[in-house]
Design a binder for this molecule. Sequence first.
Ligand code: ZN
Length: 247
Amino acid sequence: MAWAKVVPVSHFSSGRKYIYFIANPPVAASKIKANGLLIPTMFIEPTRRREPPHLRTGWIEVICGSMFSGKTEELIRRLTRARIARLNVRIFKPALDTRYHDENIVSHSALTIPSTPVQSAGQILNLAGSCDVVGIDEAQFFDQEIVDVCTTLANQGQRVIVAGLDMDFSGKPFGCIPQLMSMAEYITKVHAICVVCGDVAHYSYRLVPSQERVLLGETDSYEARCRRCFNLADRVKNEERRTAHGE
Ligand code: ZN
């Protein structure tokens, strides 16, 4: 979900005050609420022309954000629309991600779409064949090879939609996602809601003490936090660590 900024502009005419709202990027007037300065907008897909495969132009879209930000929901939404357009869609996810279901991609809100689990990014290239749209979920779990795979697919004229965590639990860029973002035509950063204060959140805060980068098991191990609440909690953790070591 992208956000459009809405700026109120007042205008006086015949002694009356009129207020206009200018949205950037532009959105339908019916979506604008006078009391809100930020309104959500949907990603509008570039049109896919029905042309022979050797004339097609491909591209890469990245959907990134923290845990609980709706990345998978947005991926499923785009893939469903591609299917409605009768495009040939193939969906992949890393085999290690089996939290909810072995084969399906399932979002936190239980939306689901069938997918193929793969052991390595290279397998995607073989299995995707000449389909129109390739969806990849949890891309941060693939190694560096995923960058070349996405580039090859897009160069072949395929639309590649990649969803993944952009930061790990410590707030550091996660694996191949930053590189994919720099090479993508379109990037959508989705946000969660901070469970502490209700602000917009973009950190995945880990509730358990493990320092491993990959720790599956979502709801009970992580929560979404805004910058302020993420940093405050980190400070408390560091102090606790220092006290435990008698420093
Ligand atoms: Zn917060």
